[in-house]
Write a protein that binds this ligand. Sequence first.
Ligand code: MG
Length: 644
Amino acid sequence: MKKMLTAFTLVAVLTAASCDPTNKITPTPEDTFVKLADITYQLNVYSFADSDGDGWGDIKGITQHLDYLDQLGVSAIWLSPIQTSGSYHGYDVLDYYSINPKLGTEADLKELIDKAAEKNIDIYMDYVLNHSGRGDWFNSAISSESSPYRSYYVLSDNWSADVYAGRVDNFVGSSNPYMGEWHSVSGGDIGYKGRLHFLLDWNAKTVTVTETSASAQVSNASASKWLWIGSGSLVGLYETSSGIHEITIDVNTDWGFLVRSSSTSWDGGTKWGGDGSSITFGKPFAINNTSPADITFGGQQIWYFAAFDSSMPDLNYGPYAEASQSAAFNDLAKSADKWINMGVNGLRLDAVMWIYQRRASANASFLKQWYDRCNATYKARGGKGEMYMVGEAWEETGKIKEYYKGLPSLFNFSYWWTLKDRIGRGKGNDFAATVLWFRDQYKPFRSDFIDAIKLSNHDEDRAGSDLNRDKNKMKLAGAVLLTSPGKPFIYQGEELGYWGTKSGGDEYIRTPVKWTVDGTVPSAGLNGKVDFNMLTGSISVEYQTSHEESVLNTYKKFARARNTHPALASGTMAEIACSVNPIALWTMTGGSETLLVAHNFSGSAATVSLSGYKLNSPVVANGDISVSGENLTLGAYSSVVFKQ
Ligand code: MG
């Protein structure tokens, strides 16, 4: 007779096991279990939880929801960039030493670090080293050849000649450097102080600026077109005839100006600028919203390189072998010291393959210098063990392995690409071998590598969309993630079964957490781009917490298994050869125990005969599992772990 392992019998078995003093399994209430594992939660600060009702998620919001993260079983949180930046997502940092006021204060961060530490949760910051935003550093760099920031950026008068002659350190030796573009700006004295008349011809998309002594006007509060000028002033224009908008104002700007067709949004083509050249007084100047450069008042043309976007000029660290000697490196490191000394225990490094344009060995050399510098600060502070640092090199495993010479941990993008492919094909029996192959690639470069495994992240279509919004597939993916070797990252919303694609904007893969069945979500940080059709009451934390079979509870129970079993938390994986196509089988051994892990990657029940393995002591399960003698039957997309 088949023995059905329902949720009820599973709990009963675990409870019985906990009475045995020789057995290490000690299931305890979810809010007090130990955390053997190093599960990390990837969190978008701007959309996680809003403490003050301004529509932006914020640092205090995280502190208020630490219980949620604790009960989910995480021991670290990777925060999206929190430094002052020019965008909602934060990857164009304007000041590495300050906190974005929309997200909170330094005191808020310190409070989060301290409160999280009470729950044994580390805080990791996102550090953007490839590029900065166009803030004070950049504006100073292009303003004068004697600027102390001149060397911080990849600047050139004649970039093609400089690249050809090998004078651009970011490019030297790169066989494929050309993601990105050179952009031009007006360097030197680009600002203006005095009274000016602006005439915006919206029909012709030109702006004509004239020096004038006419009376200055006040900003038009009910304007439909604005100037963005000086240190953060928004000036409303007056429509004087159809499509003609004008104003006379006193100007004091050290960078020029931009035209805006929205007073609330910078996105969706609402930002209008020039082509990088300067205006000539009295002459119409063409504006565009596809690649809008600051409209300046003079100076000389200067080119800068940006791998990603004109708003993100690449930083320059000089020849890679001596990067730690460069002024930019030392300034960035000094800023990191500040946060590490405050209690930050790890960093996630953005876009590391582009620091030296896809040159793995050069980037690894740079990253080793960066890691050593930060780790020294961490140790001087009294941090435990070695500082954690994970790099984002968005390539296949075979191409990123060399980066392990520089960093202890790297995201394994191929892990998710493989998993979603196999779930899509209903094929599980080569999964363990593939994971082991990934790990074999890394070993020659670092024996103690930390394989940062993940499903999708903030730059990819949601795992839920890749899995056809199928909750059973999402639960399977979570269970596989939490039973694989490595350091798992759970991306905000994944544990709730979110879906979303980038097609309507990246905001749709960065959706806020819906905490309660009836509550609102913070959407201002996402420019209102939130899929409210997805955010029904039943996808909320409140609803899923009280429904045993929810995606959230599946994540919780597998996280709890990982946190209470050393074999799952830090054990060694071994493949069990399996001729049944849909079934993935492996063992995890560590801490004097061995666990058998089985998943069914297909939508039909599948049975495997397991001679020599014990099938009578389940640790955790999801879906329909049944055992008959040596036969283990896994229902569609189900998972189970047995103690051996
Ligand atoms: Mg807020």
